[in-house]
Design a protein around this ligand. Structure first.
Ligand code: SF4
Length: 365
């Protein structure tokens, strides 16, 4: 009875678009039945996005997996002195050019660039890469470099974050991806990602970027050693920045995958937990417009299911250009045709819309 009363009270609050407190967010994780969460998350996403769901046409480029850090959850990185035989790579600009030239003009709208944090690369490298991409494919939206990479660029080049971001923007950077956020709680971050940019630096990179007119995205890595309170804390910090800047376009929960990393003893959470997490995110994180189920991490079937739990974006065609999740247990060769994504969205009774990187609608198919 008390549970029913509390659900009714929260249901009213959600209906009236009142913001949930951290305690109420926690209650959603611990006590709210999944069907109730599903129902409320759909109600909220339909107010924002009606019956529409998004996809885009994109590729990834991961310049290197050599990395000065050694995050325990990461199956992708190799220590800086590793060789090809160890599974390391370090692509040249010519490699990138060949890749880009294999896609006809008009077949893509976005390139997503993230990778390991190479010990020798500062902001000059980031600028050169941005200029190179824009010189051969000026029409593509360039979403590049996590806040962790950008903070390392700044440190390496002895400039502050604002200057690093300004220079990258001048060189052609259009927006920033959401990676590197993991979990902001300092104790958990120390355990799983010790050494790399702390939470306040990650948030500062994004806030400075928003001030410079660059928009960005935000992830949350869940299902490892964090608890629900730490997930709420993570979203609360994002909600606070978003209140000030409005610069986050999408929130992207990422399930911890447990292959080939230093935490492999941990089991992965199951689909019910993924769906609960999407629904709570849709209800608690009320000021970031888009909620993405990144199918290259989750698999297309479960990402499609998440469209019934508050999600409005499945991400893009990808075309087997990312190894971050395939090396950790995600789909082995993540590729989806436009038709495949459209059909996945239609299978949930929703209208598929191609978007650009700012979520402007590109067609009405
Ligand atoms: S998550 Fe990023 S920063 Fe951490 S080890 Fe992997 S590549 Fe390096």
């Amino acid at each position: 009875m008390i549970l029913e009363q509390e659900l009714a009270r929260l249901g009213e609050k959600i209906l009236e678009k009142q913001r949930l407190t951290p305690e109420e967010g926690l209650f959603l994780y611990t006590d709210a039945p999944l069907p109730w969460l599903k129902n409320k998350a759909v109600e909220v996403r339909e107010k924002r996005h009606a019956n529409e769901a998004y996809y885009n046409r994109n590729i990834h480029f991961e310049p290197t997996n050599l990395c000065v850090y050694a995050c325990k959850f990461c199956a992708f990185y190799r220590p800086p002195k590793s060789s090809e035989a160890d599974g390391a790579w370090d692509y040249s600009f010519e490699d990138l050019q060949k890749k880009l030239e294999s896609y006809p003009v008009g077949s893509l709208t976005e390139i997503h660039v993230t990778g390991g944090v190479h010990p020798d690369r500062g902001v000059e490298y980031g600028e050169a890469l941005c200029r190179f991409i824009k010189s051969i494919r000026p029409e593509l939206h360039l979403k590049a470099f996590t806040a962790v990479e950008i903070s390392y660029f700044a440190k390496k080049s002895h400039v502050d974050l604002k200057e690093a971001l300004q220079r990258l923007k001048q060189a052609g950077l259009d927006s920033i991806p959401g990676g590197g956020a993991e979990i902001f709680d300092p104790e958990i971050r120390k355990v799983i990602a010790g050494g790399k940019a702390p939470a306040h630096t990650w948030l500062e990179v994004h806030e400075r970027a928003h001030e410079l007119g660059l928009f960005s995205n935000a992830t949350m890595l869940y299902g490892h050693v964090e608890n629900y309170g730490q997930r709420i804390d993570h979203m609360l910090r994002l909600r606070d920045v978003q209140d000030r800047t409005g610069g986050f376009k999408s929130f992207i929960p990422l399930r911890y995958r447990n292959e080939s990393n230093a935490l492999s003893r941990l089991p992965e959470v199951g689909p019910e937990e993924d769906l609960r997490n999407y629904a709570v995110a849709r209800l608690f994180l009320d000021n970031i417009p888009h909620l993405k189920a990144y199918w290259a991490m989750l698999g297309l079937a479960l990402a499609t299911e998440a469209l019934d739990y508050g999600v409005d974006d499945l991400d893009g065609t990808v075309d087997d250009t990312t190894r971050i999740y395939s090396m950790a247990g995600g789909p082995a060769h993540p590729t989806a045709s436009v038709e495949f994504l459209q059909n996945a969205i239609r299978s949930k009774g929703r209208i598929p819309l191609e978007r650009d990187s700012q979520y402007r609608k590109l067609n009405f198919s």
